[in-house]
Design a protein around this ligand. Structure first.
Ligand SMILES: *[C@@H]1O[C@H](CO)[C@@H](O)[C@H](O)[C@H]1NC(C)=O
Ligand SMILES: *[C@@H]1O[C@H](CO)[C@@H](O)[C@H](O)[C@H]1NC(C)=O
Ligand SMILES: [Ca+2]
Ligand SMILES: [Zn+2]
Length: 615
């Protein structure tokens, strides 16, 4: 360890000077990087959230470590590096988390004192090819270690001796009422923790960390209450306000009008909302579920005003490529992909079910695979697509510009197209266990197109009245849109039946047959159980559109790899047995059979029979 101290001293002195004693004082010129003052509750209580200044260095191809720094596990190597680099002993460092992305490894290490972690002092180390390529730290020096080098004393890191005793004077029970009163909510039962908190005045407080929620007003805070004085020192606000000007998900096309949506995220599905992946907060169209960009992933839309306001109006008398339109398109695409992420999550497309997220919050599945959403992608026109590799690798959606009108139109301003594409990600991941390899046959790929159309239709229903549904009418400027027929309960408007696919070999055409069957299943369920306007956030409801979406997603994970129409239908029937005790079996059979997919349907020969019990 000693050799490392010496070794790092030589590359570290400049930083050492910059971060001595008064680095702890708040400094008006860098307040934005260390603090944020919030006003909370009806009484407008002011809290300052303080984060010790972070030092950060990057090392290009990597910092050479001494040969004796032998290969170790990521946690051991990272802890060794931090203790050496900051001149602290290993009791002051606790490994928090880490992950590997391609050939880069990233580790997060927390500072500790007497075994108690610091809430706001963390270090992050990135490794590539077993070399450190970057190092960031907001550690607070608690021991006062002066070190002698080359005839000078150097003070390593930040220094404080004002650290509170590590045994609380007040038990957590004693401070809960104070926190509840201050934050106008109730303790939610989440286990409280004891953590050190670095303060702007240079002291370190011992705090009980308690979650306080208010279901009615939708607030959710983490309170840091001084374990000696009982004072609420600071809060984390888990709910971040954000405002977007978008084409609301229940609307289909731009002419229906953009609207302002405030906080459209679903906190259950996206616990840190849409601009925070747990290690990085953004003010752009990048977050834990999706990054929406044009051209390259650094070409994002930034908030138009402080406080995550994305207020961009799309003007379709102007080219899609004018700046305002690009911003509106990236904002809308970001909003729609997140919205689908959030409602699909409620219905089972979770981390463990192979969804798309950077951070999985320890809930299973593989992370680091948020959706890459490329708007106005230069790779094509008059189309869009979604590539779905296995869980753990990002899905990539490409939205193209459409050239069929005098002024080109942007697919990102027609929600049915975005929802269609995102649904490819859902069906490809949920069928066959997250490999992305299980909708490959013509028939299964055709159903893939069908589910995508059916999901677009589901999001845009506005009442219990089930209307015929058309996709792509805005980008093509044709009322009939991009499919051969509207989806309809009328066999005159849409006569497609199971046997139709015998003569079809293009996946979208086959998809039309499946989507139309699902349209009829949907209509039957809504006729039976009614319609809920809160289906996206209330999967516990009993209305027909809620039952439909449960069966839709449940069946995806039940069906075999490369399903056929008959096996996919069987999966719906089974999903209903699993979830509803088979209550809707006859309704489902009748709907499928009405389009030729009855009990004895096989080899693209129609059958309209239903089980005897349903006849
Ligand atoms: C405040 O920060 C700026 C920029 O980091 C620095 O130049 C200045 O010396 C600091 N002032 C004090 C009083 O620490
Ligand atoms: C959006 O911008 C318009 C002006 O372009 C302004 O009138 C409106 O108040 C803004 N809305 C929000 C929520 O920021
Ligand atoms: Ca995943
Ligand atoms: Zn498609």
């Amino acid at each position: 360890m000693v050799f490392l101290n010496k070794f790092f001293a030589s590359v570290y002195l400049a930083v050492v000077y910059a971060s001595t004693a008064n680095a702890f004082q708040s400094n008006a010129s860098n307040q934005h990087s260390t603090s944020r003052t919030r006003s909370i509750g009806r009484r407008g209580l002011q809290f300052e959230a303080f984060h010790p200044e972070t030092e950060y260095q990057t090392y290009g191809t990597g910092l050479d470590l001494p040969p004796s720094f032998s290969p170790q596990s990521l946690p051991d190597a990272s802890v060794t590096f931090v203790t050496s680099r900051l001149g602290v002993d290993s009791s002051k460092v606790s490994y928090k988390s880490g992950f590997t992305r391609e050939d880069t490894k990233v580790a997060y290490v927390k500072q500790a004192h007497n075994g108690i972690p610091f809430a706001n002092a963390v270090a992050n180390i990135a490794w590539k090819n077993d070399k450190v390529v970057s190092f960031g730290s907001s550690f607070v020096k608690t021991g006062g270690s002066l070190q002698y080098q080359s005839s000078h004393y150097y003070l390593y890191g930040r220094f404080t001796d004002k650290i509170a005793p590590s045994k609380p004077s007040l038990p957590v029970e004693a401070v809960i009422p104070t926190a509840e009163a201050a934050l106008e909510g109730k303790y939610n039962g989440h286990p409280a923790t004891l953590e050190y908190l670095a303060r702007p005045d240079g002291s370190v407080a011992l705090t009980h960390v308690i979650q306080i929620q208010n279901e009615e007003t939708g607030t959710w805070y983490e309170a840091f209450v001084d374990a000696h004085s009982g004072e609420v020192l600071t809060v984390t606000d888990f709910v971040s306000d954000a405002t977007y000007k978008v084409l609301p998900v229940e609307k289909e096309t731009l002419p229906e009008g953009q609207e302002i949506r405030v906080d459209p995220h679903d906190i259950l599905s996206s616990p840190l909302a849409w601009h925070d992946d747990g290690s990085k907060k953004t003010t752009t169209t990048a977050g834990n579920n999706v990054i929406a960009y044009k051209g390259s992933q650094t070409s994002l839309t930034s908030q138009s005003a402080d406080g995550l306001v994305f207020n961009y109006t799309y003007d379709d008398t102007l080219a899609p490529t004018v700046a305002q339109n690009i911003d509106a398109a990236r904002t809308n695409a970001f909003y729609i992909i997140n919205t689908v992420h959030d409602f699909a999550y409620r219905y089972g497309f979770t981390e463990a079910a192979f969804n798309f997220q950077t951070n999985n919050f320890g809930k299973g599945g593989k992370g680091n695979d948020r959706v890459l959403m490329s708007v106005q992608d230069s790779g094509g026109t008059n189309n869009a697509n979604f590539a779905t590799p296995a869980d753990g690798q990002s899905g990539t959606c490409r939205m193209y510009v459409w050239t069929l009108t005098p002024v080109r139109r942007d697919g990102a301003m027609e929600n049915d197209i975005i929802v269609h594409e995102m649904t490819h990600g859902i069906t490809n991941r949920m069928t066959g266990g997250g490999t992305g390899r299980c909708l490959q046959t013509t028939e299964a790929g055709g159903m893939g197109e069908g589910w995508s159309d059916a999901m677009a239709s589901w999001t845009e229903q506005k009442s219990a009245k089930v209307e015929d549904y058309v996709l792509g009418q805005y980008v093509t400027n044709k009322p009939a849109g991009i499919r051969t027929k509207p989806y309809s309960t009328s066999a005159t408007v849409n006569p497609l039946r199971y046997s139709s696919i015998k003569a079809l070999n293009e996946v979208h055409n086959i998809g039309e047959v499946w989507a139309n069957m699902l349209h009829n299943v949907y209509a039957a369920l809504v006729a039976e159980y009614g319609w809920s306007d809160s289906a996206r956030t209330n999967p516990a409801g009993t209305e027909g559109n809620i039952v439909y979406l449960h069966l839709f997603l449940d069946a995806l994970s039940l069906q075999p790899c490369n399903p056929t129409f008959t096996s996919a239908r069987d999966a719906w029937i089974q999903a209903d047995i699993n979830r509803y005790g088979g209550k809707n079996g006859c309704l489902l059979w009748k709907a499928f059979a009405s389009r030729g997919l009855g009990v004895k349907a096989a080899k693209y020969v129609d059958d309209s029979s239903v089980p005897a019990a349903c006849a």
